[in-house]
Design a protein around this ligand. Structure first.
Ligand SMILES: N[C@@H](CCC(=O)N[C@@H](CS)C(=O)NCC(=O)O)C(=O)O
Length: 211
């Protein structure tokens, strides 16, 4: 059984989707980040960086923060969503790192400035939205020739990126401008584990669909 500490955000949803996809048994512990619960001392023991998601695997005693590391751990534990072929495995890690170093941090800033603090800093809104658009172009090119980001099969790289693309409405991004991303996005929306993972913890938010 895995203890899963999370909230209704893209980084939390990556792990929720992975847990649903793998069929692992888990218990959800909500950390309401808007109410500062990420700073509770008990949570800090699990996540020294004060951020969700974090897990404790009661089978191995391993506990961990950082969503990318957690996805790799769960992939290794279950032998799922990380190809064993050497090239495909490294391509998966490559695109997972693209998410961790680019998509997450920069799109997170778009949410901060464009969605929540619009009008505070025109420079920041423009800078981060331009970078987000550039990242969507990179993905669109990749997905023009590949069904999945690693060029091989559905993997933790797709699971890591999708929850960020699922905020395209917050980012003022029209997915129709990125038709290959839109095709990939809709294919993922059809997966039951993605739909379930979106709703962990339960939320009244709906998965935004391209119009
Ligand atoms: N690199 C971390 C980022 C985690 C992260 O930014 N989590 C956000 C929610 S999506 C959070 O807990 N924010 C609370 C805070 O910053 O106080 C990961 O991928 O796990």
């Amino acid at each position: 059984m895995i203890d899963f500490h999370t909230w209704t955000t893209p980084n939390g949803r990556k792990v929720a989707i992975m847990l649903e996809e793998t069929g692992l048994k888990y218990t959800v512990h909500t950390i309401h980040i808007g109410q500062g619960e990420q700073h509770d001392l008990e949570f800090l023991k699990l996540s020294p960086n004060n951020k969700i998601p974090a897990i404790r695997d009661n089978e191995t005693g391993i506990q961990m923060m950082e969503s990318g590391a957690i996805l790799m751990y769960l992939a290794e534990k279950t032998g799922q969503f990380m190809p064993t072929d050497e090239r495909a495995r490294w391509a998966t890690i490559e695109w997972l790192m693209f998410q961790m170093g680019g998509v997450g941090p920069f799109m997170g800033q778009v949410h901060h400035f464009t969605k929540y603090n619009s009008g505070v800093s025109e420079y920041s809104e423009e800078r981060y939205l331009n970078e987000a658009k550039r990242l969507y172009r990179v993905m669109d090119k990749r997905l023009a020739d590949n069904e999945w980001l690693n060029g091989h099969s559905y993997s933790i790289a797709d699971i890591a990126v999708w929850p960020w693309a699922a905020r395209h409405d917050w980012q003022t991004i029209d997915l129709n401008d990125f038709p290959n991303v839109a095709r990939w996005y809709v294919a993922m929306c059809e997966r039951p584990a993605v739909q379930k993972g979106w709703n962990i913890p339960p939320t009244d938010q709906k998965i935004p669909m391209p119009t």
